[in-house]
Design a protein. Structure first.
Length: 395
């Protein structure tokens, strides 16, 4: 067995981007930028009104009350208006271009109109309510760096840069193979004696999406060598990453690694000195990655978060470090002593502190809905008390 740290280092060493492609911005949500996005032009292109009101020359409000003819009405999207003549004003709306000569927009709430005139009874104070040309960003400005995920806010910025196409990293395609004759699709387990719902593959598929991968398919495979080998070959043909759940122990019907033997399995690591999840493994086969996860739900999700998320994050262009953002936190509840293997304990954040769970069984599933962090505890660590500092990772 190797240590958790060594297994993570080996995973990170494999986690390099697969390649890049240029796609339309309408398809780019949640993708990872392979090239920085720079602005095609400045924003705003011209000075714009930030409020509904009246564009004026400041000098014309030196003496109030002041009455001015409304020389024009300007809406957002209008062509550049004529320059504002001295002693006149323009009715203007938010986002409309400000006429040359105007240096203030007076909000409509303090202006009244009568007989085609705007009446300013007091000198305005505060901001001028004009967004100057180029005040947001200049042409050529780098707005988003390579490696940035295009989340909702980033998509606004990318579109504001006037880019209709962006260069992003390829998403790793993933197939999940669930082994175990006891597994059936959810909704059937109560009707078929001796079976349980295949829950792990759904969790793994969700993790794949969260860390930049693209699911090809989930597939349950019977514990029959010929069926397993056929499924392995098909998965390697259409996915960069194949995840196998179950079949990684030492039982008579555990075929997880053997099913890839014909593709020339090259081990990256096998068995890690952690609890839960010791049977986790990673290898290359036919130029693809294979990640073997335990069959127990908690063990599978803990190891998937550690190793599969790290691999996918790197392959998708975010970098493996994005998946390994460990941080310190304060315990809210006591924790028992740790055995000879480094331990990852499910926990939840409560008012900024970390609280563990009473049930730490690797087959327990209900607590997964409440667990939002993992606590990393060294091998042979003594009992921990409330107030002690621990290392955690978002789960």
């Amino acid at each position: 067995m190797i240590t958790l740290e060594e297994a993570l280092l080996r995973t990170a060493a494999q986690a390099r981007p697969l390649g890049r492609e240029v796609i339309g911005i309408d398809q780019a949500g949640e993708r990872i930028l392979a090239e920085a996005i720079t602005a095609r032009g400045q924003a705003p292109r011209v000075a714009l009104s930030a409020m509904d009101g009246y564009a004026v020359r400041e000098v014309d409000l030196a003496d109030v009350p002041a009455r001015m003819p409304i020389a024009a009405t300007i809406f957002a999207g209008a062509a550049s208006p004529a320059a504002l003549e001295r002693g006149t004003c323009a009715r203007i709306f938010t986002g409309a271009p400000v006429p040359d000569g105007a240096d203030r927009v007076v909000i409509q709430e303090i202006v009244r109109t009568e007989d085609g005139l705007a009446v300013f009874e007091e000198r305005p104070s505060g901001g001028r309510h004009i967004r100057s040309a180029g005040s947001d960003f200049q042409a050529g400005a780098e707005l988003l760096q390579a490696g940035r995920r295009l989340g909702p806010r980033e998509m606004v910025v990318a579109a504001a840069a006037d880019r209709d196409r962006v260069c992003v990293y390829l998403r790793p395609r993933v197939t999940v193979l669930s082994t175990g004759d006891e597994l059936v699709e959810p909704g059937r387990a109560l009707e078929v004696e001796g079976t349980i719902p295949d829950s792990v593959s759904f969790g793994v598929a969700g993790l794949v999406h969260a860390w930049g991968g693209q699911m090809v398919r989930r597939q349950r495979v019977a514990d029959v060598p010929s069926a397993l080998e056929a499924a392995a070959g098909a998965a390697l043909a259409d996915a960069e990453v194949v995840v196998v759940t179950g079949g990684a122990s030492v039982g008579e019907r555990d075929f997880a690694r053997a099913m890839f033997a014909s593709a020339g399995l090259e081990e990256i690591f096998t068995k890690v000195a952690i609890k839960p999840g010791k049977p986790v493994w990673m290898a290359r086969a036919g130029g693809r990655y294979v990640v073997g996860l335990p069959g127990n739900p908690t063990s599978a999700m803990v190891t998937a978060r550690l190793f599969l998320a790290t691999l996918l994050s790197g392959l998708a262009g975010r970098g493996p470090a994005a998946a390994l953002a460990w941080r310190d936190a304060t315990l809210a509840t006591p924790l028992g002593a740790v055995g000879p293997r480094e331990t990852l304990e499910r926990a939840r954040l409560v008012d900024g502190r970390v609280a563990g769970f009473d049930n730490s069984d690797s087959g327990a599933q209900a607590a997964l809905a409440k667990a939002d962090v993992l606590i990393r505890r060294p091998a042979s660590a003594p009992e921990a008390a409330p107030g002690d500092r621990v290392q955690i990772l978002d789960f």
